[in-house]
Design a protein. Structure first.
Length: 294
């Protein structure tokens, strides 16, 4: 029979985020002790502080990783940088951060049972309308984000640590606490949705509850050891479909406003200027924009 007990305490990176906070909830429901790596400036709104242990630090700070790893039995590494204008930062966080976390586990968690790396389908590359990529296909990421996530996977595989590990590549995640979905609902509520002119882009989606269920399975099932898995709903859908489903859920009729692809670089540049002035992440960073339009 497969092992069904998660060995704790579990270190969760990215626990203050959308996916990570749901993973923390699921681990607590199973009665597992949880430690979260968080920055001093992190928003802890989704974390039950009275039920978990906080380890202050950053994925780019080796000393804090060493401290956070002491006594840990399992790791869920979901921290990542998804949007930035600093291209080197993708690799500092998504590749080097992963490598340093693995080394911290090797040096400071001698009883570690499982290391679970949450990657992304963007590491595999875009899906065509005729063929969905599988785990056996050659990776062809097109964005720096996807390339850096693939580099993080390969860093783990190259080190080949003495503990068991699993890599999961989820599709685009949606569900409660998802800020991107809330923005889309906001547009639908107002009656209009902006789309890119031409055929609507395909996206492989997965609900956060389905993903968390799969991650829990990856943490416990011995069959998953040393494996890489794609996790998404069987059929990719278009962004137009996503908008239509949101409108149906809200009981709204919407008007789709088509923007020519040729205008997107200018729109992205304007969004970058706004983000810089307001000290926010650029929601249309060119690298991620290119990824979304594949």
């Amino acid at each position: 029979m497969p092992e069904t007990t998660i060995k704790g305490p579990v270190l969760v990176t990215g626990g203050t985020g959308f996916l990570g906070s749901h993973m923390v909830d699921a681990l607590l429901e199973q009665g597992v002790a949880v430690r979260c790596l968080v920055r001093k400036t992190s928003n802890l709104r989704w974390l039950p502080e009275d039920k978990i242990e906080l380890a202050y630090g950053e994925i780019t700070d080796r000393a804090s990783l060493d401290r956070a790893m002491v006594g840990i039995k399992s790791v869920v590494h979901s921290a990542a940088i998804t949007m930035t204008e600093d291209h080197d930062e993708y690799y500092r966080v998504n590749e080097t951060g992963t490598k340093d976390l693995v080394k911290a586990a090797m040096n400071h968690a001698p009883d570690l049972d499982r290391f679970l790396l949450v990657s992304s389908l963007t590491a595999a590359g875009p899906t065509s309308r005729d063929y969905a990529r599988t785990e056996e296909d050659r990776e062809e990421p097109t964005s720096l984000y996807g390339k850096s996530k693939l580099a993080g996977e390969r860093a783990l595989q190259k080190i080949n640590p003495p503990f068991d590990w699993t890599i999961v590549r989820p599709g685009a995640i949606y569900g409660p606490r998802d800020p991107a979905l809330m923005k889309l609902y906001g547009m639908v509520e107002k009656g209009s949705v902006v789309r890119v002119r031409g055929p609507s882009q395909l996206v492989s989606l997965i609900h956060v509850s389905d993903l968390v269920e799969g991650l829990i399975e990856a943490l416990t099932n011995p069959i998953a050891v040393g494996k890489l898995y794609h996790q998404a709903h069987p059929e990719p859908i278009t962004w137009d479909d996503v908008a239509d489903y949101c409108a149906e859920a809200l009981g709204k009729r919407t008007t789709k406003i088509s923007v020519p692809r040729t205008l997107l670089p200018a729109v992205a540049k304007g969004a970058g200027l706004w983000a810089s002035i307001n000290r926010r992440q650029n929601p249309l960073a060119k690298d991620r924009l290119d990824d979304l339009l594949q």
